[in-house]
Every structure is written in structure tokens, then in C-alpha cells.
Design a protein around this ligand. Structure first.
Ligand code: NAD
Length: 416
């Protein structure tokens, strides 16, 4: 029986692989395999019915050799310190690959956000910031949205941080609503960035994207905007899904009307003209491009062989296990790894931080143009390593990211 590997074990084995190939010394390998700081807090809040709820909060700060810690906060029922550490590590490599001056961090709150009211979620978010306050800040650690957190959550974070500081600090968090200092284009940036990578990979692999079929698992922020961006460049979105299941329509569906249907009925399924499919079936559908945009460990040794897509772009973090990676490599399926494919979000977060620090607001066209430039440069930097090392894309991306961070640490030195 094959068990799903823990995200932390996967992240550590990826680091080992990249470090060995880069011939990093033992000291550096040890330093990079340990986060600089892991904070866990117990958050007590008043619930709407008058009772007290106690929730666990986590923030892991992995490395900051290239700039302040940066990473999202996810609200998810069984989020663990190990999982958050793995995600923080991925953020460190991701920022280095995108060549933006940030380190890596991640946060988590163990909560089923669907079971809390908006007021309870606000209390929980503000409590998280108050307990983590001394470790956060625009030059220390800058949170952002992740699963089940959004622009509203970021507004509460900014307001709480600012209240505790005594003045407005918009640069303390990214992914905020535009009216309080958020960047145009941030909400759609991760999804758009995924499609920039797909475009670049298609160009390099001679795949025509006009009319190409795309299946997307996860229809949240990233999945939805990837669907819209795919449609914009002439692809046919044939399947999408959320936690309740998916829908398939070989002639193509319209993401905007599917979203309206989801908002009306609470689920994607039973959408007119489409066949209901399970999340597992969606992954195995006939399509050109598969975009997992929900959870980790979705493509494993159990189903990798059944995947028919020619290209898999990892919008989610860690959706493919190492065994599945090997199967894809043997089957010559082009896999664009998470640390490259979903770096559009943190790239526009960096633009937001720069705009906040300079008190400027760039027009959407400027943000989108800069995003495309950064994504294309990152993609080509990874491809150059892949060509030099004759490696798969994940190994190439890891070598680029780990190598840049290791160089920064070596240059800074150890003190005392
Ligand atoms: P989100 O909360 O907006 O959406 C998550 C989606 O996944 C929802 O549609 C939900 O219904 C679906 N989902 C949940 N459980 C599922 C299951 N068991 N099977 C299928 N679908 C399921 O989150 P998001 O911001 O879109 O993030 C999605 C992924 O992208 C995560 O892995 C996240 O770490 C990664 N990511 C997000 C960003 C960002 O900017 N938001 C940036 C980089 C990476």
C-alpha cells in the first residue's frame, strides 16, 4: 500500500536533491533544512453563541537571507507545523526563483472557516495578529492570502497591525483590497502567472494553445483566475471542480457563468450542459493541460499513470508526489513545478509592497506587464538550468532557488 508522503519529508528530500547536485557543503544543507523560527499560539475568541473557541495558530519563518519573510496564511482544519514548515521552505525557493527580495514563511490556523461567521473569523484573524505581532512587520515578515483567506482577511490583518503600531502600515501585508493599498491585479496574479508559464512551456515544446483543452481542479481564487486567463489566450476550459466535486464539458465551459452558478447554488455541480465528475475523475480526463489548483498530494503513484494531459501546471502547492513526478518524467509529460508555476501571486505581492513603500499605485496594465516579464524571465532562468543539468523542471527550479539562497547565506556569513 502506498501512503501519501508528508509534505515536510517531500520538501526535505527536494532540498537534499538540489543541495547534492549543487554540491553545497553540509553546514549549508543543515542550515537550509531548519526554519529560522516556528511559532505556535493558542487563540481564544468569543464565539457568536457566547461560548469560547480555542484554535491553534502557526507561523513558520524559514529563511530571510534575501529579504524579509513572506508567505500566505491558510485557514484549514488539519493544518500542522510540519505542513506549514514545508510550505515556508517552498516560499523561500519560490521568491528566489522569481528573483524578488523576500525570504520564505507560511502561516496556518486550524479552523474550518465555513463553520465560523464573518465576525468570528474577524476576531480569530485579529487575535492571530496580536499574538504574532512582534514577529511580523514590513521589514520582518509580510503575510498574504492562501487557502480560505482573502482580501478581507488581509484588511483585518493590516488594521490590527496598524492599530498596535499606532499608525497605518499598508506595507505590513499584501493581498489587501485596492481601496486600502492593495495592488491592481493581485487577486488574479497567481492564476494569470500559471497561464504565462503554460504559454512559455507551450512555445518551447511546440504545443499549440489555440483550442487546447484545460482541466482545473479547485475553483477558488487561483483556479478561477487560471480558467479566465486560459480562456483569454484561446484555450478551452473543459472541466473545473471544488471541494464538492467537478463538472466536465468537452466543448468548453465559461468560467464566469460557472462562478455565478456556484454562488447561486453553493456548488459547481449540476451545471447545465455539463457532466458531474468526481475530483479524481477530473484529474484523469482527456485534456491537453491539467492544472491542479486545490490541495497537496492529489497526483500520486496511484493515479499518475492514468493522467492523459500533455502538460501539468502546478497551481497548488505540492499537488504531485515524488513517485508521480518520476512517472511523468518517464511518460514525457511536461510538469511545471509549483515553485515556478504559482509564483505570480508573490510576484505581484512584491509589487504591492513596493507600491505601499513608495505610496504609489500602478495601473493594472503596468502590473500585468511587469508580471509577465518576471514570469517569463523566471521560466527561462529555470529552463537554462534544466538544459545545463539535463534535469526535469522541478529539479532545475529547485537548483536555481536553493542555489540563489545558499549564495546569499555564504556571502552574508555567520555572526558571531
Ligand atoms: P481558495 O481557498 O480560494 O480555493 C481553494 C479551492 O480548492 C476551492 O475551490 C475549494 O473548494 C477547493 N478544494 C478544497 N478541498 C478540495 C478537495 N478535497 N478537492 C478538490 N478541491 C478542493 O485557495 P486558493 O488561494 O485558490 O489556493 C489554492 C492553492 O493554490 C493552494 O494550494 C495554495 O497554497 C496555492 N497558492 C495560492 C496562491 C494565492 O495567491 N492565492 C499563491 C500560490 C499558491
Amino acid at each position: 500500500m502506498s501512503q501519501k508522503p508528508s509534505p515536510l519529508n517531500v520538501a526535505l528530500s527536494q532540498l537534499k536533491l538540489a543541495s547534492d547536485k549543487l554540491t553545497l557543503d553540509d553546514g549549508l544543507q543543515k542550515m537550509l533544512s531548519h526554519p529560522k523560527r516556528s511559532i505556535t499560539v493558542s487563540m481564544d475568541i468569543h464565539l457568536g453563541d457566547g461560548s469560547v473557541g480555542v484554535f491553534n495558530g502557526i507561523r513558520v519563518q524559514h529563511w530571510d537571507a534575501r529579504g524579509p519573510f513572506k508567505g500566505g496564511i491558510r485557514f484549514y482544519p488539519d493544518v500542522s507545523v510540519g505542513d506549514v514548515t514545508a510550505l515556508a521552505m517552498l516560499m523561500t525557493w519560490k521568491c528566489a526563483i522569481a528573483d524578488i527580495p523576500f525570504g520564505g514563511a507560511k502561516g496556518g490556523v486550524c479552523v474550518d472557516s465555513k463553520k465560523l461567521s464573518k465576525l468570528e473569523l474577524e476576531r480569530l484573524t485579529r487575535r492571530y495578529v496580536s499574538l504574532m505581532f512582534e514577529y511580523l512587520g514590513p521589514h520582518r515578515d509580510i503575510p498574504a492570502p492562501d487557502m480560505y483567506t482573502d482580501a478581507q482577511t488581509m484588511a483585518w490583518i493590516m488594521d490590527t497591525y496598524s492599530q498596535l503600531k499606532g499608525y497605518r502600515v499598508p506595507e505590513s501585508v499584501t493581498g489587501k483590497p485596492v481601496e486600502i493599498g492593495g495592488s491592481w491585479g493581485r487577486i488574479e496574479a497567481t492564476g494569470r502567472g500559471v497561464i504565462h508559464c503554460v504559454k512559455q512551456a507551450a512555445t518551447n515544446n511546440g504545443l499549440k494553445l489555440g483550442g487546447a483543452s484545460v482541466a482545473i481542479q479547485g475553483f477558488g481564487n487561483v483556479g478561477y483566475h487560471a480558467a479566465v486567463a486560459a480562456q483569454e489566450i484561446g484555450c478551452k476550459v473543459v472541466a473545473v471542480s471544488d471541494s464538492t466535486g467537478g463538472i466536465y464539458c468537452p466543448d468548453g465551459l465559461n468560467p464566469q457563468t460557472v462562478l455565478a452558478h456556484k454562488e447561486q447554488t453553493g456548488s459547481i455541480q449540476n451545471y447545465q450542459g455539463c457532466k458531474n465528475v468526481t475530483n479524481q475523475e477530473l484529474l484523469e480526463l482527456q485534456c491537453d493541460v491539467l492544472i491542479p489548483a486545490a490541495l497537496e498530494n492529489q497526483i500520486t503513484s496511484q493515479n499518475a499513470d492514468k493522467i492523459k494531459a500533455k502538460m501539468v501546471a502546478e497551481a497548488a502547492n505540492g499537488p504531485t508526489t515524488p513517485e508521480a513526478d518520476r512517472i511523468f518524467y518517464e511518460k514525457e509529460i511536461c510538469l511545471i513545478p509549483d515553485i515556478l508555476a504559482n509564483s505570480g501571486g508573490v510576484t505581484v505581492s512584491y509589487f504591492e509592497w513596493v507600491q505601499n513603500l513608495t505610496r504609489e499605485q500602478w495601473p493594472l496594465e503596468v502590473v500585468n506587464r511587469k508580471l509577465e516579464e518576471k514570469m517569463t524571465k523566471a521560466f527561462n532562468d529555470v529552463e537554462a538550468v534544466v538544459a545545463r543539468e539535463e534535469s526535469d523542471m522541478r529539479t532545475g527550479a529547485l537548483m536555481l532557488g536553493v542555489g540563489r539562497v545558499a549564495n546569499a547565506i555564504k556571502t552574508l556569513g555567520l555572526w558571531p
